[in-house]
Write a protein of this length. Structure first.
Lengths: 113, 499
């Protein structure tokens, strides 16, 4: 599991590579919690490098979304691989998250709001 | 497809891997890696491998999170099974019981359960008494339906008989001929044949390769299949097979192909060590029963409300009602019968004696002694569930001290899953069958007949109908003897219905 981070136009982008399964999800959760604790509330998770996600990965995303929502921020997703997109769909999470094809679109959507 | 992937080999049901692990999250990747590698190497396609892996993760994570108290040392076992038509993963633990029913609830808010259900073709779960609980995840191989193939249809009015001079020979069927067989079945039955596997040529080929199905075909001079008769084994250990899927191309009728194929299969199965063939004849008309009688098969019982219209049948909208159809049970030995001892439940002694006389099977009938009951520490009830038929077939292999509780749990579980028909076979060579019989009947099972040699010896076959309408008038019975058995079975059904 590899997590990198960069800032673009005031938006934090985290790039996740690997498997978002029960074993690895806590690493992503820790990273997202660190970013939120530092006061950054507009976040994009780029999932281009994620080929597998289970309910544990979904729960981490949902938990961060709820935290940011309370702070008037948002967690948006981009670059989902087809299988990961299907898992979001099955779980009904495509209704909860804003999902973009590219990270640029996800970042710009914050200024559109 | 992974380049390491090998062709699916011709194997029976087998356990490919078995892992026992401490219920700790850090060991979970080992399980998932095993599922991924094994399923991929044994021919499951990439998307299905990921589905199976995801469902397995959800099931195992559930055990790791909820089965054991914090600090409690617990283990769980994962087995990877490969069967002719599917992969099956079992996850078993001996931790805290939790509500397995939620796996089958129509509406669920649990994300893990949603994913498990979306990623598998079937989920089974059951409690094993003191041995804990088990969740089974089934993923079928993806087979192309014959519906997707270009199958020309032949209208009955357009049938032109083949010239009498054209030669037709009989031989065993090869796995590469299943599309040709599917075309024959389509010509004869359309999409109305209740055994759906036949409409999935690759699936049927896999059954042939596994040895669970042996087929005799009649082929014309162009090597086209114009007749078929199959024998199906439910498990590789079975002593009797089911004679089924009889079909003769309308262009080649009147040549006596069916009796010739049946004779060939009887010899073939005898050579394989099989003792006899049973068959289930439909009762919406008398033709199948008549044909069985003509071939020397004898009636041994009836299963009321046995078959629902199949999914494909429904899709074709050729059936206007959803009433389950009754079948008559037939048996014919393929080798000389060996005398054996049976312990009959008192209540049904007379009818069973009559059936034995009718079939010509020689049995020494003994009385079971309730004072000398000998039960094993655990029961073994083999379960074969057919969700598409809303049916389950249970075979008792071993009576244990927990038998009644175990059977009750299985029935409750099956009913929750929408099972409408439960068929239960009990070994007649085991005196426990006769001793426990009244208690089993009290659970609303009723007599259906006997199945010679079905369970390492004969079995008495019981049935249980759950919320199923049955109309005795909808059944056509061919012979006088069959009428006697049918009336007896209907009386038993009525008694259970009135209680």
């Amino acid at each position: 599991m590899e997590i990198t981070q960069k800032t673009r136009n005031g938006v934090e982008i985290i790039f996740i590579t690997g498997r978002l399964d029960a074993y690895n999800s806590n690493l992503v959760e820790k990273k997202l919690n660190e970013i939120i604790a530092s006061g950054k509330i507009n976040i994009v998770a780029d999932l281009a490098g994620v080929e597998y996600i289970s309910s544990s990965g979904l729960r981490v995303m949902l938990s961060s979304l709820k935290k940011l929502d309370k702070l008037d921020g948002a967690l948006k997703l981009c670059s989902l691989q087809p299988y990961v997109g299907e898992v979001f769909e099955i779980a009904g999470f495509t209704q909860l998250f804003e999902i973009y094809d590219e990270s640029n679109d996800a970042v710009s959507s914050f200024s559109d709001n | 497809m992974n380049p390491d992937t090998v062709e699916r080999p011709g194997v029976d049901k087998e356990i490919l891997a078995s892992l026992k692990l401490k219920a700790e999250l850090k060991l979970l990747p080992i399980v998932l890696r095993a599922v991924r590698d094994v399923a991929c190497r044994y021919g499951l396609d990439k998307a299905s491998v990921r589905d199976l892996e995801l469902a397995t993760e959800e099931a195992c994570h559930n055990v790791i999170e909820h089965a054991y108290e914090p600090g409690e040392e617990g283990y769980y076992q994962v087995k990877i099974h490969r069967e002719p038509t599917c992969f099956r993963i079992t996850v078993r633990d001996q931790g805290m019981p939790f509500n397995l029913q939620r796996l089958n609830e129509d509406e669920t808010s649990d994300i893990g359960v949603k994913l498990m259900r979306a990623c598998t073709d079937e989920i089974r779960s059951r409690y094993l008494g003191k041995r804990g609980k088990v969740v089974e995840l089934v993923k079928n191989f993806s087979f192309e339906s014959v519906e997707d193939l270009d199958v020309p249809t032949v209208q009955p009015s357009a049938v032109k008989m083949a010239p009498a001079s054209e030669k037709v020979i009989l031989r065993l069927m090869r796995p590469d001929e299943t599309v040709s067989l599917a075309r024959l079945i389509y010509r004869v039955y359309g999409y109305t044949y209740p055994h759906e596997d036949i409409y999935y040529p690759e699936k049927f080929a896999s059954l042939l390769e596994s040895g669970l199905v042996t087929s005799c075909v009649a082929v014309n001079e162009q090597d086209e299949i114009v007749g078929h008769l199959g024998v199906f084994l439910e498990t590789p250990e079975d002593h009797v097979g089911e004679s089924a899927l009889a079909a003769v191309d309308p262009r080649y009728r009147g040549r006596g192909l069916f009796p010739k194929m049946k004779k060939m299969m009887m010899e073939e199965m005898a050579a394989k060590g099989i003792l006899g063939l049973y068959s289930r004849a439909v009762t919406v008309h008398m033709a199948s029963q008549k044909s069985n009688v003509k071939m020397g098969s004898k009636e041994t019982g009836f299963i009321l409300a046995h078959s629902p219209p199949t999914a494909i049948f429904k899709k074709m909208k050729t059936e206007t009602t959803s009433i389950r159809r009754t079948v008559a049970l037939f048996y014919v030995p393929v080798v000389p019968d060996q005398e054996q001892t049976v312990f009959l439940p008192c209540k049904h002694q007379e009818i069973i004696r009559k059936i034995y006389n009718h079939t010509g099977l020689s049995r020494v009938i003994k009385k079971a002694d309730p004072e000398n009951m000998n039960l094993a520490p655990h029961s073994h009830i083999h379960s074969h569930v057919l969700p598409e038929m809303a049916s389950a077939f249970l075979r008792v292999k071993v009576f244990g001290v927990d038998f009644i509780d175990e059977l009750k749990l299985q029935i409750r579980d099956l009913k929750l899953r929408g099972t409408e028909l439960i068929v239960l076979d009990l070994p007649l060579k085991d005196p426990n069958t006769a001793i426990l019989f009244p208690e089993i009947e009290n659970m609303k099972f009723f007599f259906g007949g006997i199945m010679p040699e079905y369970l390492d010896g004969d079995s008495i076959r019981l049935q249980y109908l759950h919320n199923v309408a049955f109309d005795p008038e909808s059944v056509d019975v061919y012979s006088e003897f069959a009428r006697d058995i049918f009336d007896y079975v209907v009386d038993e059904w009525k008694k259970q219905n009135l209680e």
